[in-house]
Design a protein. Structure first.
Length: 619
């Protein structure tokens, strides 16, 4: 978990850093000083020839040609951004024996950070480190482009240091200076002042940093364009999902109210697979056994090799309609298949061992099985331990996410997942698809897709409520969501041929999962980066306004989902914070699951630690 959090942070940090550096490198600052003369002590008979700015794509090559023709060495104080743009000119300067130093990263700017960036640019361009830094300008702009006035200005000071700006003079200045002062030897700054060599080999760290910054400067605009396109895709998908949620969910509820459901109350067998569920198993089994169902309820608890005494505490309840069987640990799918084989009735309800039922839950969840062609029914999973920030976030996730999605997909007749916490099945439908498969870690998604593809209808019954315990810590939550996400990807891949079939699972169900449960969360981090980049780097504060409007719309959608599910609106106050903090967990889970799935890495079953809080919220 820690590794993938670090990977996400590093990846987003690199993206933000590249965009920020591109914005920094391409921003304009005040016009630079063009020419100035500094009083520095030089050896008699010499004059230091110093050029500031550049490398310039037009003037620098001509200047280098003029210097080479007169066999003159000079010093160049270069601008880091221009070095990245024309590294070949820097390499020629070094190769021709000239001396290079840095002014700052952007022309006209003088600060320590810019100077450091400029040095890394030199390292990337020519593998050199320079100890020379340009002094602050101390004379007014001269802005001279005609070589004669320039030479006239600098000749009185030619016994010291002649400083010129590469974009203010023509290469003819070199010839005029050398011819006007034949007794002077024009050389580099360190040679004229008797200092030691200015250039040394660049360190590996400087080179790596320089290449990274150079890449950011050259490709930042493309990166910003791609990021903008990705954000547009995210915005379109998020808007489309909101429209579908608010539109189809309302339609589904209205049709559910208006559609007459024939009374259907067959005898029911409830299968409870259990592995180390001692914290919740008593509350779960007791609530199911006490169900008010006219045809009777049989409970089959399959202890799948528990080591915490799960089977013993259930047997100690001594309930007449509860059977307990124990088997070596074989996984949840094996426990479910064993329970289905032992169940006496054809109406089957499969329930997790941490789930508590209301008294009428069984009757409500099996009633739709009487409908024509209905092979399975999804119940409504509610968060029992919703206290605390993490509990409230998960409560909102279940209500405004999973359950609302289920209503949409119910309207489209392509529900891809009947949750393990509560689902009713016809035995005939399960037998037709070969029971619960061991092919994926999301056996509930796998079997639901298989039943739908076999031609059975899968429906959602929001009135059949089941209360489940959610993880109370970040680690347990991460493991659970990771298993769900990875198992969903496995199921989608297993049933990918449904895309070529005429059924609704391929046309709608898989497409919905791909767009809104894979693509959207995988690309969503780009939106956060773009907002931060626009608001704090690219001088586009409207990005925060757009994000705020988007958050308001999402919050309104979450409020609608709560009302639709008969829930209080009180938890909505934590929704904005959920979008900022909790959503990052979803990013990591989806991205890690995708990488794991693409690499073909097997994933073991991961069990969440239980606290026994599921019983408190059942009503």
């Amino acid at each position: 978990m820690r590794t993938h959090w670090v990977s996400l942070v590093v990846g987003l940090g690199f993206l933000m850093g590249a965009l920020s550096f591109h914005a920094y490198a391409t921003a304009r600052v005040a016009d630079p000083e063009r020419v100035h003369v500094a009083a520095e002590e030089v050896a008699d008979g010499t004059a230091a020839l110093v050029f500031h700015g550049g490398p310039h794509p037009r003037w620098t090559p001509r200047l280098l040609d003029a210097l080479a023709a007169r066999d003159v060495r000079a010093t160049f104080f270069l601008v880091g951004a221009h070095v990245n743009e024309h590294p070949e000119l820097v390499r020629r300067m070094v190769r021709d024996g000239h001396e290079v130093g840095v002014s700052s990263f952007r022309e006209g700017e003088h600060d320590g950070l810019g100077t450091a960036f400029a040095r890394t640019a030199l390292a990337a361009a020519a593998d050199v480190h320079s100890g020379l830094s340009e002094p602050e300008p101390d004379t007014p702009d001269l802005h001279r482009y005609d070589p004669l006035p320039v030479v006239a200005d600098v000749l009185p000071n030619a016994h010291r240091v002649v400083r010129l700006h590469v974009s203010s003079v023509t290469p003819a200045v070199v010839d005029l200076l050398v011819d006007a002062l034949p007794d002077r030897r024009f050389t580099t700054l360190t040679d004229a002042t008797g200092r030691g060599p200015a250039l040394d080999d660049a360190s590996p760290a400087e080179e790596v940093t320089g290449h990274a910054l150079s890449w950011s400067q050259h490709h930042g605009d493309v990166l910003a364009l791609v990021l903008g396109l990705v954000c547009a895709v995210v915005a379109v998908l998020a808007t489309l999902r909101t429209v579908l949620q608010l539109g189809l969910a309302h339609t589904a509820r209205r049709l559910h109210r208006e559609t007459a459901v024939a009374p259907h109350a067959p005898p029911v067998s409830v299968v409870v697979p259990a592995y180390n569920e001692v914290a919740n198993i008593v509350a779960a089994v007791s609530s199911i056994a006490a169900s008010e169902h006219p045809a009777g309820v049989e409970v089959v608890v399959v202890d799948d090799g528990s080591t915490d005494g799960t089977a013993d505490v259930v047997r100690a309840l001594d309930l007449a309609n509860v059977r307990v069987v124990s088997q070596p640990n074989g996984g949840k799918f094996a426990a479910l298949n064993a329970g289905i084989a032992l169940a006496r009735h054809d109406a089957l309800v499969l329930v997790d061992g941490d789930t508590v039922f209301e008294r009428d839950t069984v009757s409500k969840v099996v009633r739709p099985l009487g409908g024509t062609g209905v092979g399975a029914v999804s119940g409504n999973v509610k968060v029992a331990n919703r206290g605390g920030l993490l509990g409230r976030w998960q409560h909102l996730e279940y209500t405004a996410g999973s359950n609302l999605d289920r209503q949409i997909l119910n309207a489209l007749e392509c529900i891809p997942t009947i949750p393990g916490a509560i689902g009713a099945f016809r035995r005939e439908a399960l037998d037709e698809v070969g029971g619960i498969s061991a092919d994926t870690l999301a056996e509930d998604t796998d079997v639901t897709m298989a039943i739908t593809r076999a031609g059975w209808r899968v429906v959602y019954e929001p009135a059949a409520r089941a209360w489940t315990e959610v993880p109370t810590g970040a680690s347990g939550l991460y493991k659970q969501r990771y298993r769900w996400s990875y198992g969903t990807f496995q199921s989608m891949w297993k049933h990918r041929t449904a895309l070529c079939e005429r059924g609704r699972m391929g046309r709608f169900g898989l497409l919905y999962l791909l767009l809104f449960h894979v693509v959207l969360p995988a690309l969503a981090p780009a939106l956060d980066v773009y907002v931060l980049y626009g608001a704090f780097v690219a001088d586009a504060p409207w990005a925060l306004v757009v994000w705020g409007v988007f958050l308001v719309v999402q919050t309104a959608g979450a409020g609608y989902a709560l009302r639709l599910d008969g829930e209080s609106l009180a938890p909505l106050w934590v929704f904005p914070l959920q979008q900022v903090a909790y959503r990052q967990l979803t990013y990591v889970v989806v991205i890690k699951s995708l990488v794991t799935a693409l690499n073909g890495t097997p994933l073991a079953w991961q069990t969440a630690r239980r606290s026994g809080l599921a019983k408190v919220a059942a009503r």
